[in-house]
Design a protein around this ligand. Sequence first.
Ligand code: SAH
Ligand code: SF4
Length: 412
Amino acid sequence: MNAPARPVVTPAATDPAPQTGASAPITQDVLTIPRKLPEAGRTNLVGLTREQLRDALIAAGTPEGQAKMRVGQVWQWIYQKGVRDFAAMTNLAKDYRALLAENFTVDVPELVSRQISADGTRKYLVRIAGGHEVETVYIPEEGRGTLCISSQVGCTLTCTFCHTGTQKLVRNLTPGEIVGQVLLARDDLGEWPAPGRAPKDETRLLSNIVLMGMGEPLYNFDAVRDAMKIAMDPEGISLSRRRITLSTSGVVPMIARTAEEIGCQLAISFHATTDEVRDKLVPINKKWPLKELLEALRTYPKLSNSERITFEYVMLKGVNDSDDDARRLVKLIRGIPAKINLIPFNEWPGAPYQRSDWERIESFAEIVYRAGYASPIRTPRGEDIMAACGQLKSATERARKSRAEIAAETAR
Ligand code: SAH
Ligand code: SF4
């Protein structure tokens, strides 16, 4: 493809004005860095588990006795130092670097554009193989920073308050595309340490991961597990499992496996206190109703040795926000170590709900708090760039035109 790089107009720029956004200017960068396409016959090492990487290195000619050590070395270059070029992996012998380059690539998804909100939130539009697009959001906070990553393009579920839910599932992300979002964000934040020094958790710009972007992570379990194992590995991204939170709408049979095979923190999109209302808001409830969901949640902390479960509760005016709802909620979750995150509904164009009034949210929070649970009200972040919870919806649908343009460009 010899055509000169030309700016890509990202669809987000044409989104309708936000309803409650801040007035300070938003910056939008259009990035035109061409992505290195995976070359024929070479395997991308990003996202391979330790075992898969070991097997791949042996198949390429690494002596079995050295393979374990090589896995550690290569992982450190990729995940702790941000190195994508084998020639720069200087603690490996020259011949070995050449062997790696012949057989493998280190590819991350392509960063198409970045928008920075008035509050510092960064929304990345990320293109994955096949031209599909997902969004990743970085939320800076005092002394820490959280990356909200996507696990699917679209979602099979149809929660009625969620923007992603209006988009059909296009495909699951691979482990490399999931962990690749972390590498991309670190590129953008410039957070690669000086050689030989892993960043300390306390000082990291990117210190936490939440699987709360597009998609239902428990419907892409294996890929999410493999990616999160790399995120938690001391020779990988090296984040404590306490700094990783997986949010699910309630795929009950996968909750115990999450505890056993990932062991991260769990957040549950609860949102209602009766099956009647939850059936409407989170339709997966028809398959696994509240009783079954609560049973699975009761066993999670013990199985995963984690402290408490986060109950996410989106505040929808006149739908689930009464004092009675708050009382029912604390009754339902009695006995489960929990924190209740109250999320003021983030509006999106055409949404069938409204955000509860502030006094209503406070009254709800007060009842939950008095019952002994932390009940923070989540401040919406990045609303002016549609980066807040539940506002994500990939360009695969929004931007048919730009994808057609991409296809035309590739064919040229
Ligand atoms: N599929 C997973 C994770 C992605 S959604 C899940 O449902 O848990 C991440 C969180 O954002 C969920 O708690 C979801 O219920 C919430 N959410 C979705 N749409 C929202 C909206 N418009 N306003 C506020 N929160 C929303
Ligand atoms: Fe899917 Fe979660 Fe949105 Fe429901 S809330 S549609 S599960 S992304």
